[in-house]
Design a protein around this ligand. Sequence first.
Ligand code: ADP
Ligand code: MG
Length: 425
Amino acid sequence: MALIVQKFGGTSVGSVERIRHVAQWALDSQANGNDIVLVVSAMSGETNRLVELATQINPIPYSREFDMLIASGEQVAVGLVSLAINTEAERRGLLSVAGAKAKNYWARPLLGHQIGIKTDSIYSKARIQAIDTTLLKREIQKKVIPVIAGFQGVDPDNNITTLGRGGSDTSAVAIAAALSADDCEIYTDVDGVYTTDPRLCPDARKISRISYEEMMELASLGAKVLQIRSVELAAKYKLPLHVRSSFNRMEGTRVVPQELLGSKMEQVVVAGVAADGSQTKFTLQNIPDRPGVAARVFGALSQASIVVDIIVQDVPSNGRLTISFTVGRPDFLSAKQVLRDIKDTIYPEMVVVEEKDLAKVSIVGVGMQHHPGVASQMFALLAKAGINIKLITTSEIKISCLVDDSQMMQAVQQLHEGFELHKTD
Ligand code: ADP
Ligand code: MG
């Protein structure tokens, strides 16, 4: 008997038909002798629709009200999925609504606050701090399938918070860790984790097993198949993840500790290519070269909960400094506002240049740290395709280049082919 947490993403609950399929799948998994907990996302397209409504009212909508709004898609989904499970359980003769002693529900829909998914108060990027498993354990004991709303929690002041795009992955992993589940299955619309986004590159190949470290890099660099925090949490609790399709029964990708992958994996220099097409860049020119400039600028941005990614500071000339940095498109307007305030109050002579349509293309691989020449090969491949690099950043196991958004797909394909990722492992 195993306890399995199954997370279903937006496409997997995207229609009544898909929801019926989820219900059957959960009941089949239970019939195989397992305890099942479901975590579900909003139906596909719903969260975007809600964001669009909010931004029509206010283009900078990050706030309590925004989170309350965008958390609502999951409420619809857990209601429908639970309804479908109860109906299917009744059809299978498991559940008798009439019988006096019979259980009158097989699945129970639960919102984040109902099971005490406690988060901090950083709206739209909240972090889970604790989960109260009392109610969940009681229901699991009774063989009830809890159907939990992903993506949401509640802050110390009882406000509804959300965990950022892809946050249901993190809900699922956090719940699996809190319940010491045996397995956490992430059901999505692709067969697993690929060497790059299969939508960008037809040659992308499914990876059978990948380390937490590589998956974290791929996720943080744009492979939205898993939210980065879900992988961080899984690594912390050594919880194995199984990313697989809800459209077939094929084995997907196992995300596991590096030790389990053995030496063969070490030979792989580049494991995958990631792309993030929602980058924007600010260049601050003509700032006086005095101590504390970076602290002021980035302090103000972090105060506004803006995550800054790549930062480059040029050698000062004539006592003047240039700093460039990137932020994701959702933070663009807030960042612009913060910079306007800094210009008005501290550096009136500062010139702010903005570039909006940029993409970050990255290669990731734990083997890279022992292989010199990977960076130069990457730059050569991009150059060969006539792709101009605007910024570069590296770590031990990844290299990222900022390029024009319009060249992102070409860059991904060029790197995927150049590093021979289409070949079987
Ligand atoms: P869900 O709604 O199930 O959470 P997402 O849309 O968040 O699904 O994530 C799945 C998508 O991630 C895929 O449809 C695919 O386009 C994209 N993706 C990006 N990079 C990768 C990758 N390396 N492997 C698999 N899918 C990827
Ligand atoms: Mg997702």
